[in-house]
Design a protein around this ligand. Structure first.
Ligand code: BMP
Length: 212
């Protein structure tokens, strides 16, 4: 285990595959979201899945039936996991978890976002969402590397059964080592890797820094 997830927010296939290939030995999975899928189509998921498990970051946030339809498409496309929001409520999350169980895949739930505005609306509900993720049988939660103390709070709520994946390292100011020490299982890193002259070196440095 490397404790590192690549956030592959480039928008073209050629760069995506080049960077994914370069860093594949350092990352445990690749997070793909709207930028790349809107740029290149959902087919990119299958191509990347040959290099590493893909986490589909669609921040699913809809009624249960629409969530179900989205998750089915995501898993059929070859994604290993999906990221959903939690603020849409337990029934919506249950719907995603049910589809994930049918396909044998994972669900991660956003608790509090890593950017400065992430405290405005998430702060009062982050703990409730974390508890709901645990109750619903989600695989884990997404919690901010920019606020390791919040990762510590959320770890207390979810215990050790759920994973914490944590974005906000590097470009957003967070430290990989600090958030791993605070209880995260993986850091999610995008720009510090894919904008580097040597993505492999950048990924290796983050792994060394975490000593995980
Ligand atoms: P970067 O390392 O370039 O800041 O990228 C972080 C990635 O994690 C981006 O894909 C972003 O959309 C995602 N993310 C985040 O930064 N904060 C969150 O709270 C949730 C996210 O999914």
């Amino acid at each position: 285990k490397n404790c590192l997830i690549l956030a592959l927010d480039v928008t073209d296939r050629e760069n995506a595959l080049r960077i994914a290939n370069e860093v594949s030995e350092y990352v445990d999975s690749i997070k793909v979201g709207y930028p790349l899928v809107l740029g290149e189509g959902l087919g990119i998921v299958k191509e990347l899945a040959e290099l590493a498990p893909v986490i589909a970051d669609f921040k699913v946030a809809d009624i249960p039936n629409t969530d179900r339809l989205i998750c089915e498409q995501v898993f059929k496309a070859g994604a290993d996991a999906v990221i959903t929001h939690g603020f849409t409520g337990r029934d919506s999350l249950d719907s995603c978890v049910k589809v994930a169980e049918e396909y044998g895949r994972d669900v991660y739930v956003v608790t509090e976002m890593s950017h400065p505005g992430g405290v405005e609306f998430f702060r009062p509900v982050a703990e409730t969402i974390a508890q709901m993720a645990a109750d619903a049988g989600a695989t884990g939660v997404v919690a901010p590397a920019t606020r390791p103390e919040r990762v510590r709070d959320i770890r207390k709520i979810i215990g050790n059964d759920l994973h914490i994946i944590s974005p906000g390292v590097g470009a957003q100011g967070g430290s990989a080592a600090d958030v791993i020490n605070a209880g995260a299982d993986w850091v999610i890193v995008g720009r510090s890797i894919y904008n580097s002259d040597s993505p492999a070196d950048a990924a290796m440095k983050i792994c060394n820094d975490m000593k995980c």
